[in-house]
Ligand binder design. Structure first.
Ligand code: ADP
Ligand code: MG
Length: 676
């Protein structure tokens, strides 16, 4: 039997049952074998009765002392009881209706039971346990996700049959050399032991191997995309000095900024297109780096496009770039959807004729009909909201201009290598001198009124403020509670101020309007959900209060508070939470202690894992079955160096020995990587 065979190829699986398997996403034998158990029952290590935890599933090994006479309750209901014990105590086993099981118990013999143990220290009880004879082979049994019509037993039998029929035919996609080097077990062994582990050690070996496979294939795919997008550019530039740009700045660039600019310039002078991510905390000065690159392109006779996810961000970037570049003789334009057709056409005409050197706009505008005279550099902001496939698509555009991505989400290095595996990375890990770090405090709900007073003081001084309320899910119920919150405080504590509301369910136009109002100080206090995260730069806002702060990941909180502290004033962030567990306190304390986004993201990753780490955002990677990028950081770096080595000998996986790996990459990325 082959892995690609339909599930019906397994003995005992007919057309009817196949439909049930389909519901679990299982169509082929391979799908079945990669339907990994969600857990295991370990019969190999029973605990003493006295060590069991009440109301939890346990495995115990007991000797039968006494069989109590069956109690006939009514028709169809007979209760059988058996008394058994180990060295630490006694247990009453209750079985309903199964005379067969009752009869199989022999006095004086030992059995291994699995089930929920109730009762107290003196008298333990267990109802309808799973029972094995102690001298039977006590194994670790898999427990699967099921669907109606399928039982654990059926799945176990079917998987076992499939493994047996296949055995010698399971392929081995990873060259032996790497298995040895990384201490990995074979695929046959791993698949067999992930379902039916010989012991816990075998299980962990199996897991290691399967995790490694997944991460390796993912990394290979990302690297292939990278190779693909580093195609020859039509915009090769010369290393013309840009000293006049540096001299025109009102400040000295940080070393990290200088390093990033030089990395970009080096890329743009290469024959292949630049694909670089500039990553740095909010306020680290990414826009200055973007401006330097735009200026460099200009000196080389090329135009630059900067794309932002929203109109308001585009407008902000436009103003900043204009300040940097117009004094040096560049013409900068803004292109947004809300402009009149006439204005747009006029701007587009000038862009096509090369009169504008830098165009700032929203994605749609620049991607679609806009023509450039000589586009050499495309800069995108907050690109983490786009998937890897979208990035790949972008690189197939035009005469393959250089690309620069700016992201304010600091991500630990190993993870960044994976998520942005198709990009080279520059990190701005240094803030400009003289920044006042945001003061952050965590308080309980009891201090809310005092926190409100503090917010009011700031408003009275002419500043603005945010209150962030988490929406657990984007449901109407949650939305109502945020709306009610805003209404309540606007009628009570903040009745003398202009209170605005911003949430994700509003139309883009409405959102835009609220943000503009806030920016123009028509709103003093903005109650919002996390939509503000990617939002506005309002230097006059100096305080942010976050409700239910423990519901957010640390990175997300850090990202949120980055909305304040953007101006000359000392800024504050108040985290309100009623969760006073040690864990929650420790977490929030990290934010009071440091303003370093990279440190915070490392901690976040350790504490909560990447699922939470990314919050509501998609990281845009194919989904993984078994690997967890946070937990398996060691496997991740192993897979990364292995992928590098494999590709160094076969850059597009075209050699015969890598054929199977290539196929796995195609499967994981749904054949979306186009290698032509
Ligand atoms: P980011 O986009 O990384 O959040 P910005 O580029 O918007 O940061 O920079 C934030 C502010 O800091 C801007 O007002 C900018 O002019 C200023 N800035 C940038 N670099 C420096 C520097 N090296 N020294 C002082 N101020 C700087
Ligand atoms: Mg910025």
């Amino acid at each position: 039997m082959r892995l690609e065979d339909k599930i019906t190829a397994v003995t005992g699986v007919g057309e009817k049952r196949a439909v049930m398997y389909n519901k679990l996403g299982i169509y082929t034998v391979k799908d079945l074998l990669y339907h990994f158990p969600r857990g295991y029952v370990d019969y190999t290590t029973p605990v003493l009765l006295s060590d069991t935890t009440p109301d939890e599933n346990c495995v115990v090994k007991v000797r039968v002392d006494k069989k109590i006479r069956p109690a006939y309750i009514r028709k169809g209901m007979t209760i059988y009881r058996v008394v058994a014990s180990d060295d630490s105590g006694e247990i009453v086993i209750t079985i309903y209706n199964s005379e067969y099981l009752y009869n199989s118990f022999e006095i004086g013999k030992e059995y291994v039971l699995y089930g929920k143990i109730t009762g107290n220290l003196l008298k333990h009880e267990i109802n309808s346990p799973l029972v094995l004879k102690a001298d039977e082979e006590c194994k670790i049994q898999p427990v699967y996700h099921l669907t109606e019509g399928l039982s654990q037993q059926m799945l176990r039998v079917t998987v076992k049959r499939a493994l047996k029929a296949l055995d010698s035919e399971i392929y081995e996609p990873i060259p032996k050399k790497y298995l040895l080097e990384n201490n990995l077990s074979s695929l046959v062994y791993s698949l067999s032991n992930i379902h039916f582990p010989k012991d816990m050690n075998a299980l962990s070996l199996a897991k290691n191997r399967l995790v490694f496979d997944e991460l390796l294939v993912l990394q290979l795919g990302m690297s292939l995309i990278k190779t693909n997008s580093h195609k020859a550019t039509g915009c090769e530039m010369k290393n013309i000095p840009i000293d006049e740009f540096y001299k025109s700045l009102p400040f000295e660039l940080t070393n990290a900024q200088k390093r990033s600019i030089n990395e970009c310039i080096k890329d743009m002078c290469d024959v292949s297109a630049m694909n670089r991510l500039v990553q740095g905390d909010v306020g680290s000065g990414k826009t200055a780096v973007a401006a330097a690159c735009g200026y460099f392109a200009y000196k080389n006779g090329f135009q630059t496009a900067l794309m932002a996810p929203t109109e308001i961000l585009a407008t902000q970037h436009y103003e900043t770039l204009k300040n940097f570049l117009e004094p040096l003789g560049l013409n900068v334009c803004l292109l947004t959807g809300s402009m009149t057709l006439k204005t747009k056409n006029e701007i587009k005409r000038k862009l096509a004729e090369g009169e504008y050197h830098v165009a700032v706009g929203t994605h749609a505008l620049i991607q679609s009909t806009t023509e450039f005279n000589n586009l050499g550099l495309v800069i995108t902001d907050e690109q983490h909201r786009f998937g890897v496939e979208q990035r790949a698509l972008l690189s197939n555009k035009g005469n393959n201009p250089h690309r620069l991505v700016m992201s304010a989400t600091p991500i630990p290095r190993t993870l960044a290598l994976m998520i942005y595996g198709d990009l080279d990375i520059s990190v701005i890990d240094e803030l400009p001198k003289g920044r006042k770090p945001i003061q952050t405090y965590a308080v309980t709900g009891k201090l809310r009124e005092r926190a409100f007073s503090f917010v009011k003081e700031q408003l009275d001084e002419g500043r603005q403020a945010y209150i962030v309320c988490p929406m657990i899910e984007e449901t109407d119920l949650d939305l109502k509670s945020v709306q009610k919150y805003a209404k309540d405080i606007s009628q009570k504590q903040f009745k003398d101020y202009n209170v605005g509301l911003l949430h994700g369910k509003m139309s883009a136009d409405k959102k835009e309007k609220v943000m503009v109002d806030f920016k123009e100080h028509k709103i003093d206090l903005l109650v919002c959900t996390t939509v503000v995260e990617v939002g506005v730069d309002v230097p006059n806002s100096t305080v942010m209060l976050i409700e239910n702060a423990d519901r957010f990941g640390l990175s997300q909180l850090h990202q949120l508070r980055g909305r304040v502290g953007r101006g000359e004033y000392q800024s504050h962030c108040i985290l309100v939470t009623d969760n006073v567990t040690e864990e929650s306190k420790t977490r929030l304390k990290i934010l009071s202690k440091t303003n370093d986004g990279f440190k915070i993201s490392e901690e976040d990753l350790k504490l909560r894992g990447p699922g939470d780490f990314f919050g509501e955002r998609q990281h845009g990677l194919p989904s993984l079955k078994i690997a967890d990028m946070a937990e398996n950081t060691k496997a991740l770096s192993m897979a990364q160096s292995c992928a590098k080595e494999i590709l160094s000998g076969d850059f597009n996986l075209s050699k015969t020995e890598n054929r199977q790996l290539k196929q796995l990459v195609d499967e994981l990325f749904d054949k979306k990587i186009d290698l032509n």
